[in-house]
Design a protein around this ligand. Structure first.
Ligand code: SAM
Ligand code: DTB
Ligand code: SF4
Length: 329
């Protein structure tokens, strides 16, 4: 009996994931599109908005990042933002059409002294009717539990690349550190948002290995961001060539096939992509994007352009803000 391709599996082998990458392009996209339709309405795409609530000066040496203190990228560092300012940005994001708001901090790990302020931000954003997400570096179990209590719906923490290539990109935090934070998040009952970056000089096998790592986690990520590297001058990866568009689509399609129920996010790097390439990503199973003219520290397509893209492709926003909460505030 042949296996139903749309049913989630946790026993993927790396060879099987590589074999998906090696399928003829149209066959791969066709299979991914078929699986996408089994779990989602393909006309719906989630809109998430990012805000850097604490920028720059980070102790980690992630070779792609504008915010690492190890590299001179010309980025000015700033302190943790005030709660009111964050909530005001979230309200504007909601009114601009976002359903999820993600707060990012350039930290190696969350410090307990910052927990009350972050908890207040999360509660404030949640009270606007938005889904809440945060990405604050490594977490302990107690911190993950506290964020859950504050109203956190999702925590983003990426594996970034396959374990074999990882050491070429980051040396200050291990792959196991990342897996431990993911367990704490999952144990706290917070949804896991976990993916990686392509276009960092890795091989197709490394991309397959990243997706293999994600597909063999104890539970598949709820959200799976696929970022195309945004090369940042001054970082070790600042002169990298952009990833080939078709290879990016293949990565999205394989992500959809190995984690069929995950919301796959077409994340950083959209500014370098044509509308047609983005449309292929949606066909291959991507069903979430970041909206707003800024990601964390780099630029993103303008909302008007994304509104036109949605209209021209016949796409609708996925989910809605909590109307009761939005009306009450
Ligand atoms: N400091 C926290 C951490 O790394 O755990 C959270 C913020 S960090 C900027 C979130 C993720 O954004 C990274 O793990 C990486 O996958 C992605 N990212 C960062 N810089 C990027 C770039 N230049 N291009 C593409 N993706 C990037
Ligand atoms: C993710 O995977 N991509 C987002 C989010 N998680 C936090 C971040 C993209 C950052 C792009 C570079 C920047 O703007 O600094
Ligand atoms: Fe710091 Fe996160 Fe950037 Fe790594 S990706 S340097 S942890 S802000």
């Amino acid at each position: 009996m042949t296996r139903d391709l749309a049913l989630p599996r946790h026993d993927w082998t790396l060879a099987e994931v590589e074999a998906l990458f090696d399928l003829p392009f149209t066959e791969l996209v066709f299979q991914a599109a078929a699986v996408h339709r089994r779990w989602f309405d393909p006309a719906e795409v989630q809109r998430s908005q990012l805000l850097s609530v604490k920028t720059g000066g980070c102790a980690e040496d992630c070779g792609y990042c504008s915010q690492s203190a190890h590299f001179d990228t010309g980025l000015a560092a700033s302190k943790l933002m005030q709660v009111d300012a964050v909530v005001a940005e979230a309200r504007a994001a909601r009114d601009g059409g976002a359903q999820r708001f993600c707060m990012g901090a350039a930290w190696r790990e969350l410090k307990d002294r910052d927990l009350p302020q972050l908890s207040a931000m999360i509660s404030g954003v949640k009270a606007l009717g938005l889904e809440t997400c945060a990405t604050l570096g490594m977490l302990t179990q107690q911190q993950a539990d506290a964020l859950k209590t504050a109203g956190l719906d999702y925590y983003n923490h990426n594996l970034d690349t396959g374990p074999e290539y990882y050491g070429q990109v980051v040396t200050t935090r291990t792959y196991q550190d990342r897996l431990d934070t993911l367990s704490a998040v999952r144990n706290a009952g917070v949804n896991v948002c976990c993916g990686g970056i392509v276009g960092m000089g890795e091989t197709r096998r490394d991309r397959a290995s990243l997706l293999h790592s994600l597909a063999t986690l104890p539970e598949h990520p709820d959200s799976l961001p696929v970022n195309a590297l945004v090369p940042i001058k001054g970082t070790p990866l600042g002169e990298s060539e952009l990833i080939d568009g078709l290879e990016f689509v293949r990565t999205v399609a394989v992500a959809r096939l190995v984690c069929p129920k995950a919301v796959v996010r077409l994340s950083a790097g959209r500014e370098g992509m044509s509308r047609e390439l983005q449309a292929l990503c949606f066909l291959a199973g991507a069903n979430s994007i970041f909206v707003g003219s800024r990601l964390l520290t780099t630029s993103n397509p303008e909302v008007d352009a994304d509104d036109r893209l949605f209209a021209d492709l016949g796409l609708r926003p996925m989910g809605t803000v909590d109307a009761k909460l939005a009306a009450a505030e």
